[in-house]
Design a protein around this ligand. Sequence first.
Ligand code: ZN
Length: 366
Amino acid sequence: MKIKEVIQYLEQLAPLGLQESYDNAGLIVGDANNEITKVLVSLDCTEAIIEEAVDKGCNLIISHHPIIFQGLKKINGKNYVERTVIKAIEHKIALYAIHTNLDNITGGVNSKIADKLGLVNQAILEPKKNVLRKMVVFVPRSHVEDVRQALFDAGAGKIGKHYDQCSFNTAGYGTFRPLLGAEPTIGEIGLQERVEETRIEVIYARSVERKVLLALYEAHPYEEVAYDLFDLQNTAGEMGAGMIGNLTEPMDELEFLAYLKENLKLKVIRHTALLGKKVSRVAVCGGAGGFLLGAAKRSGADFFVTADYKYHEFFDAENEIVIADTGHFESEQFTQELLYDIITKKFPNFATLTTEIDTNPIKYYS
Ligand SMILES: [Zn+2]
């Protein structure tokens, strides 16, 4: 099996278009046409991880964090990023990162954390804006079924988690006059033509637009396809940052802290003042989630479980919510398990291993 087949599958689940602007998810090093020997899954990609891949015969490393964020002008090994890249190239190991695109989907990093905390009625904490577009296309009656199906097959027409093949169809007629040089499917040069057409409307995620357009051109019979594309203001409920959910039974705050420590395997939790309330609603965001504090408060969360909080940011809790900082690595450690499950379920034909190395650069002294 080729590396690109795994990549295709991962990007179907977590399209690269869903990554944040600062991110660098995708194939970072290597040739997607190479055959896979074994896959190593990790949170970070470091020199030690490359060595582990060499030792275990893996030629593809799938990590959550990309080893390269910014452009490298020289690659001569003066820091760990350059040394990791050099080592990967020397050993013909491909490096693939699935980062904020995996944060921004239902079933991604934050769903995993919410699952670990046993949260029910899970929903995206801050649904993503500007990810949906709409296509309106005019199709002669004879080709309506084919064109509509082709659009669906390319990923258009999905609304929410539980509906696909959604479209709206209006009957009417179109007019056109083929000019000199045209090769019309219907009609003659110089004469106005009237054709019974259907106006098909479908929405789709921006990340599949190329596929949808290619499918449209492939299935539509006209030489010049008439269609309109629109940006939508709608948020996509199943895509976005963080998760919110409820505990099955409300807990006291101290009880919840102990539960959090146990379930996320934490050594320590930094948190803001307890409010003397029961905890029933919990917002989570793996990694640096401070940008979601407002959304966590608005969604009625009693606790916001995240990481990478700085001193002054803790004041923003304002006795409206309890912020619990679990540590970046700790909050995202289950991403390895998530990736392992995603890959092994779909591809049982090659071995996938989870790293045995603890890449957390932060140590605790107590
Ligand atoms: Zn992270």
